[in-house]
Design a binder for this molecule. Structure first.
Ligand code: PGA
Length: 250
């Protein structure tokens, strides 16, 4: 059986002090609720180390929102996987649509990052998803299949990988994909993984849904057969909303 995974993607929000406060509140509530799902949070780079320390006693995992594909060197403004691992991260989110759209990340760049992060011993949350225009043109499956296949080129072992399906039109817009729309794409991703790897890999892969997940829609989404938890943006910044979503997942 796949264990659901819920990760809060804090994006560019919260100072170090605010991050510690929110992380501590989440860790305490997760500790008390003991949900039957994996829980993680992804603060900004400057807060990672301190938040990691605040989470140490808890089972809540620390995730980064991005990384570079080299170990070190002349890459102004970038952070390497080696640094993230040393800061206490166990996960890194890669290929988020905001990175793809605002910072020009291609499937090829995402693939280099995925390979580097896995080689460093980090677990990867690989984000994929179509824009509104792509959905309206009927090319959702084609786009998502290419993001998965090209993002995983030359990756032989996906044991430490999670995929997050996040339709771009649903991120931060308040528009959630219906549970049927999401399930259809999740099933297609699982089929792609079966073709690229094998049946076992497809069966074990966890596929999160992301895009305006809220306390009111989490349970119905997570109840679908191929949806294994969520990647949560806006709602992960409020302890009670995030916890309601965590509890819906486990
Ligand atoms: P949202 O963001 O929950 O605010 O829509 C999700 C994400 O971007 O991961």
């Amino acid at each position: 059986m796949r264990r659901n995974i819920v990760v809060g993607n804090w994006k560019m929000n919260n100072t170090i002090a605010e991050s510690i406060e929110l992380a501590t509140a989440i860790a305490e509530k997760v500790g008390a609720a003991k949900p039957d799902c994996e829980v993680g949070i992804a603060p900004t780079f400057p807060a990672l180390h301190e938040v990691g320390k605040a989470l140490e006693w808890s089972g809540v995992k620390l995730a980064a929102q991005n990384c570079h594909y080299e170990n070190d060197g002349a890459f102004t403004g970038e952070v390497s996987t080696r640094m993230l691992a040393a800061a206490g991260c166990s996960y890194v989110i890669l290929g988020h649509s905001e990175r793809r759209q605002l910072f020009g990340e291609t499937n090829e760049v995402v693939n280099r990052k995925v390979k580097k992060a896995l080689a460093e011993g980090l677990r990867v949350i690989l984000c994929v998803g179509e824009t509104l225009d792509e959905r309206e043109r009927g090319v959702t499956e084609e786009i998502v299949t290419a993001q998965v296949a090209e993002g995983l080129a030359d990756v032989s072992d996906i044991t430490e990988l999670v995929i997050a399906y996040e339709p771009v039109w649903a991120i931060g817009t308040g528009k959630t994909a219906s549970k049927e729309q999401a399930q259809e794409v999740h099933a297609s991703i699982r089929g792609t993984i079966e073709r690229l790897y094998d049946e076992q890999a497809a069966k074990h892969l966890r596929i999160q849904y992301g895009g305006s997940v809220k306390p009111g829609n989490a349970a119905e989404l997570f109840g679908m057969p191929d949806i294994d938890g969520g990647l949560i943006g806006g709602a992960s910044l409020k302890v009670d909303d995030f916890m309601a979503i965590v509890e819906a997942a486990g």
